[in-house]
Design a protein around this ligand. Sequence first.
Ligand code: F6P
Length: 375
Amino acid sequence: MAARRPCIAVLTGGGDCPGLNAVIRAVVKAALRLGYDCIGFLRGYEGLVDPVSYMPLDRQNTAEILLRGGTILGSTNKGRFTALVGEGERVRIDPELLSQAADTLRRLSVTGLVCVGGDGSLSIAQQLHEHGLPVVGVPKTIDNDLGSTAFTFGFDSAVATATDALDRLHTTAASHERVMVLEVMGRHAGWIALHAGIAGGGDVILIPEIPWSFAAVCHQVRAREAEGRRSTLVVVAEGAQWPGGGLVHDTPAGEKRQVRLGGIGERVAAELTQRLDREVRTVVLGHLQRGGTPTPFDRMLATQFGAHAVALVHEGRFGEMVRYRPPHIEGVPIADAIRELSVVDPASSAVRAARALGVSFGDETAAGCGAAAEG
Ligand code: F6P
């Protein structure tokens, strides 16, 4: 009987994003060339434990997935493996589950497991690593909020979708002389709002990293009107703090996962309608930001991440995550990457450039605006 070839496994955890399939394809192509067989666990970490579920991966079944959104392996951000709950509180995974996962890898002769995920999924990967499992990480999320890497794949595609939405909102807002509010995703980081807000010519950008007030937002709308600009686009990140404090979310009580943000766009629009006595409309972009074809940048990044993850396995560098540190793709301990979220620096050149162009972040204290902390 022919000797069994060593095997590299891959799984995709947490919320999906464009580029996951590009990583899977890259892992498979690179691994096969180094003499490994490949399998993919299904539905994230759930596939590792009873009932164990996986599929063989080869050149045929990964041949046309480079540009396909979602993940052919499926994913879940619920389930038995949970390392983060609430607003980022860390919890330990049941050791029995970790041992079951270890048994599965042993039984299937898995040399290395590539875990593709955001902070929640990589926190699980870290616990698997601490339990002695041979894991490497690949950073994915539209939110771009993972530490240690300049970009996660998925972010560029989400920004492209949000920018396209703003492009479209400009024309309808101008026709009806309306204030329009676009709510975008991003969890506790304002990366999508900032990048799409600038790329799409937003007039107000509200992000979690900069406390803002309705007085300043109204001032911006009125100042534009005084210049003859009768429409205004407001981009608000789902994780922006409500003036005076607090997040807007609708997480059912007792849910064993991170809070589900969303709803701030409608509330901002309602408040602006009252304060400005103007027609205000809201668009919540939601999961459109997560679906569809990855941009060329995301395909490129995902492909490099996948190939480099295989190299980490081949070199036995377990417990590391691939990262983009321009111009290099390299390894970094997963523990470092999940230690702190990457958030927008209010003093960054992007924020300063936007301010220089007259974009409001809702924190201006010019005459008539009131203080930023005021509601
Ligand atoms: O982390 C990615 C993300 O899309 C966030 O931007 C958003 O808050 C969350 O996931 C939504 O998750 P769900 O899949 O539970 O709707």
